[in-house]
Design a protein around this ligand. Structure first.
Ligand code: NAD
Length: 528
């Protein structure tokens, strides 16, 4: 006889979890008092049977109106996210499923330990946080409280494995791994939009350009602004950490009923369920430029890539790696690109270049490490300075943020756009705020991941895997942090914290991200 499990609540998540378990060979009892929810589940099972050709699995699922005494080995609670309701369900489960049955909650935001208080033997209580839709999403965060038993945790992981899913252990902390580490994607994007860095479609395009499957605004429209805000509210209320504080703009939109796709309007307007998004195209390269003389300053992976790519669109590209060799740059340079080490303030060097080159030479500088508005104020020819943002590797960034410096001339901005178009990169003009958009959002995601690791929520490897499986991230945030560099991230976040508050400050563990790369830096590095 197959092992039996109980699912309490047959809504979006419960019905999906029940089907996944039935397909894995479990007999499932599902408790759902509402006829509407039952009808929706039946229709969903019918669609699944037609798609998969498997109509027998859903027959292993028995529907009940109320919880009954059961010899099931496990119960998963997936009733609505209301604390008192969940507590009541746990008290009932304690009676209905005697030990050693495992009792699991699919809660997204409550403390699993507090629910375990309702159960005589809290060793058998775990969190099993499935992602929506459970049939498709591979990740299950298996949440261990301080009182969860080792053998019980092992059984929970084994069950998840038998479903064909990846169980990752997370500590019982607000947002567990995914909902916590993903918070800055929403919150920092909202702050960028409030600051007027660029429009929502432009910011979404920048996010897609570094590999996010959806930009933050189209994603919030899909999730529902209200649902997304409730998660932010809950993480903020439980941590009281300023960096999790929900953004007023989102609260206003929720109050106005602009909830996203489901109401026909959010950050986008939806007609027939679809909205127009910004798709950027780059015109094909016009071949090698023979006229411009390009000088590149900088070392490390980012500068290497830039040098290689520029050499494919300009005949003359001269590079110096360190600042003590600036004199070796061609005297007749018409374009100077400063990539530096990506972590140090560049105002001195930019002033030096400005003093050495005639007004016709355009200077394009990394905008994450330096305050370019302040730098421009020191230049003789501030109209020739433009800023660009390549965060990690150029090869993993399709769209570049170009800083719309007030002092820059149209010709300068146009040339900067042409340079990146020449290497196959679209660009978007953004306002000069610390971290621009990508440094602010991705930098804060990496920072949050490092804080979570330091607080023992999960290991670095598990955080990375969870974000890729549970949130479709193109790369795990810790690996992403290594690609960007710890010192560079520290610099970006320091500038962000100076402007927006200490809550955004770089975590002390960021240096770890540079450990493997440290040996590659040239010893005669000149900074500041
Ligand atoms: P839902 O509203 O779609 O489903 C909940 C179901 O529980 C409803 O059908 C309701 O009739 C039923 N119910 C209410 N009281 C009950 C009771 N006493 N006994 C049995 N059934 C009862 O909600 P959902 O989206 O499936 O969310 C369920 C849980 O999963 C929540 O804790 C939520 O935070 C969590 N979760 C949701 C998502 C998501 O994207 N929807 C993702 C991960 C986790």
């Amino acid at each position: 006889m197959a092992e039996k499990i109980v699912v309490v609540g047959g809504g979006t998540m419960g019905a999906g979890i029940a089907l996944v378990a039935a397909k894995a060979g479990f007999d499932v009892e599902i408790v759902e008092p509402d006829q509407g929810a039952r009808d929706r589940a039946a229709a969903a099972y019918e669609r699944d049977a037609q798609r998969s050709g498997d109509s027998s699995s859903s027959r292993r699922i028995v529907w009940k109106y109320a919880l009954e005494r059961s010899d099931a080995v496990l119960a998963i609670e997936a009733v609505p996210e209301r604390f008192h309701l969940k507590r009541e369900v746990f008290a009932q489960l304690d009676e209905a499923l005697p030990a050693p049955a495992l009792l699991a909650t699919n809660t997204s935001s409550f403390s699993v330990a507090e629910l375990a208080d309702e159960v005589a033997d809290p060793r058998r209580v775990v969190g099993m946080h499935f992602f929506n839709p459970p049939q498709r999403m591979q990740l299950v965060e298996v949440v261990a409280t301080e009182r969860t038993g080792d053998a019980e945790l092992e059984s929970a992981l084994l069950f998840v494995e038998r479903l064909g899913k990846r169980g990752i252990i997370a500590a019982d902390t607000p947002g567990f791994i995914v909902n916590r580490v993903a918070r800055p994607y929403y919150l920092q994007s909202l702050r960028a939009l409030e600051l007027g860095v660029a429009s929502a479609p432009e910011l979404d395009a920048l996010a897609r350009g570094v590999g996010f499957r959806m930009g933050p605004f189209e994603l919030m429209d899909l999730i529902g602004l209200d649902v997304n805000l409730a998660t932010s509210d809950s993480v903020f209320e439980r941590t009281l950490a300023g960096r999790f504080e929900p953004v007023e703009l989102q609260r206003r939109m929720v109050a106005q009923g602009r909830l996203g796709r489901k109401t026909g309007a959010g950050f986008y307007e939806y007609r027939d369920g679809n909205a127009e998004r910004l798709e950027l195209t780059v015109p094909p390269s016009a071949g090698i430029d023979e006229e411009e003389v390009v000088g590149l300053i900088g070392y490390g992976g980012r500068a290497d890539e830039l040098a290689e790519m520029l050499a494919q669109s300009y005949r003359v590209v001269a590079r110096v790696e360190t600042d003590d060799r600036l004199a070796e740059l061609p005297a007749d340079a018409t374009i100077l690109i400063d990539a530096s080490d990506g972590a140090a303030d560049r105002s001195e060097v930019l002033a030096q270049l400005d003093a050495s080159y005639g007004a016709e030479c355009v200077i394009i500088a990394d905008a994450y490490a330096s305050d370019l508005t302040a730098c421009a104020a020191r230049l003789r020819h501030s109209e020739r300075l433009a800023g660009y943002g390549v965060l990690g590797l150029l090869s993993s960034q399709a769209t570049i943020e170009l800083v719309d410096l007030e002092t820059a001339s149209d010709d300068t901005l146009e040339l900067a756009q042409d340079i990146f178009a020449g290497i196959g990169r679209a660009s978007i003009l953004v306002e000069d705020v610390p971290g621009l958009f990508l440094g602010r959002t991705v930098g804060s995601i990496v920072n949050e991941a490092m804080i979570a690791v330091a607080e023992d929520v999960a290991s670095a490897e598990d955080v990375d895997e969870a974000m890729m499986l549970g949130a479709n991230y193109p790369i795990g945030p810790v690996a992403w942090g290594r690609e960007i560099g710890g010192a560079r991230l520290r610099r970006i976040l320091k500038r962000l914290a100076d402007a927006d508050g200490e809550g955004y400050a770089p975590h002390r563990s960021l240096w770890v991200l540079d450990m493997e790369e440290a040996a590659e830096a040239p010893s005669e590095e000149v900074t500041q």
